[in-house]
Design a protein around this ligand. Structure first.
Ligand code: PMP
Length: 435
């Protein structure tokens, strides 16, 4: 559609409205899962005739698949700015990648605990909890105070790892990764970045920011469901027990002994998800080929339009974690946009309509306006409580297929809800919204 940055699947989809008629679907839920890029869908269609097992056959199709799979690793490593020697392990998603890394940490009595802020997605909280020495740092109302509290906590006890989000899945805010990496390293710890929300929005550069580990999911990066990645330093991954035991993760097996492989293969037992891995690589190539700054400018313009529009409505509260925008440039945190403004968040905006149930508002937006947003607590219950929305909120999130028209439709629909409320009484019956 005019105004979109890249072509995605499902653009222009028509959806039925509860009051009758149809509307163009407005997808403002990219933070949950993004539609496939058209280039990714084309890649998958070209791949399918070759379906054959990676690393497990000498036939031509198997050779093609093995070459594509290993090539996908290199494309992903390049996309995230990995260092020579870093491993790129394909996983099922970000959650799987975090659990994998959690199993690979050296013993707590040798290496220390894990430290996290309390603003994280559950995927970057729960896998660390069982670790001895696990500590959470309560985020303060300013980033500066939060970083000071974090630094104190890192020094308070031995720490193996600082695990942080690259971009909040609730507010879109992007903490300064290079500074966080310095804090962690000065305290003798490593840093893991949950880039599930960052990778779809910013160029990543692990080497420049000195990030040790990073993970993201294909389905949020305009690729299909079912594949994600963990990228990072090889030593811990090579020393840990294999994540899954089985074929492909070994060098040699006898009836009573196993010589496990090192490298990515050690943690990828079983037939690999070739379509998933190469689709991620296709998405990485398409996004990396955009002119520098094009995506950031497109998104910054839409985000500003959304914030201005919501701000102009009485009865809307926009949520932020930190009141002091980050103003120190680094490759993935605060960044100057085309018009010179500092941008400290990606295109993810969470807001409340006090006095109104977010689930009901989102049902209204869908049923009466064909607009998809997310309502709930976004797998970040501690953060929603901190933001004063323990019962949940609404989240609108922007993607490369989003246009100004989509933003305007959302603002007009929220304005209408606030002015006149739902036009229809309706209920969810038999899986359908019925008047
Ligand atoms: N971290 C963040 C910041 C997320 O937004 C999400 C997905 N909502 C995840 C981790 C988990 O991703 P997945 O469900 O693909 O494992």
């Amino acid at each position: 559609p005019p105004g979109a940055l890249l072509a995605v699947q499902g653009a222009g989809l028509g959806v039925p409205l509860v009051g009758g008629g149809w509307a163009e679907y407005v997808n403002l839920d990219h933070a949950a899962s993004a539609p496939c890029l058209t280039t990714v869908a084309e890649h998958v269609a070209r791949l399918l005739p070759y379906s054959a097992s990676v690393h497990r056959g000498a036939g031509f199709a198997s050779q093609v698949c093995t070459t594509l799979y290993e090539g996908a690793r290199r494309d992903v490593a390049q996309f995230v700015g990995a260092r020579d020697g870093d491993l790129t392990v394909f996983t099922r998603n970000t959650t799987d990648a975090v659990n994998l890394l959690a199993r690979c940490l050296p013993a707590a009595d040798v290496a220390g605990g894990v430290v996290v802020f309390d603003v994280e997605h559950h995927a970057n909280l729960l896998p660390w909890r069982a670790r001895a020495g696990y500590r959470t740092v309560a985020a303060r109302s300013t980033l500066a105070e939060s970083l000071a509290a974090l630094e104190a906590e890192l020094r308070a006890a031995p720490t193996a790892l600082l695990a942080v989000t690259g971009a909040s899945n609730v507010t879109g805010e992007t903490p300064p990764l290079a500074r966080l990496a310095r804090l962690a390293h000065r305290a003798g710890a490593r840093i893991f970045v949950d880039a599930a929300q960052l990778a779809p929005h910013r160029r990543l550069d692990m080497a420049a920011d000195d990030v040790d580990y990073l993970a993201f999911s294909g389905h949020k990066l305009y690729a299909p469901f079912g594949a994600g990645v963990l990228v990072g330093r090889a030593d811990w991954l090579d020393a840990a027990p294999p994540y899954l035991a089985g074929g492909g993760a070994v060098r040699e097996v006898s009836t009573d002994a196993v010589d496990w492989a090192t490298g990515a293969a050690r943690h990828e037992a079983g037939t690999p998800n070739l379509a998933g891995a190469t689709a991620i690589a296709a998405a990485c190539r398409t996004l990396a080929a955009l002119p520098p700054g094009a995506w950031e400018r497109h998104e910054a313009g839409l985000r500003a339009r959304l914030l201005d529009g919501l701000d102009g409505l009485d009865g809307v509260v926009i949520h932020r974690i930190w009141s002091d925008p980050e103003t120190i440039p680094n490759s993935t945190g605060g960044r100057r946009t085309g018009d010179g403004a500092w941008q400290d968040a990606v295109g993810v905006v969470t807001f409340s309509l006090p006095g109104h149930d977010p689930a009901r508002v989102s049902a209204y937006l869908s049923a009466e306006h064909g607009i998809g947003v997310r309502a709930g607590r976004f797998c970040a219950h501690p953060l929603l409580a901190r933001l004063g929305a323990p019962g949940g909120a609404l989240r609108a999130s922007i993607g490369v297929g989003t246009t100004a028209h989509h933003i305007d439709r959302l603002i007009a629909a929220v304005a209408r809800y606030l002015r006149v409320g739902p036009g229809w009484g309706y209920a969810l019956r038999d899986g359908q919204w019925q008047p």
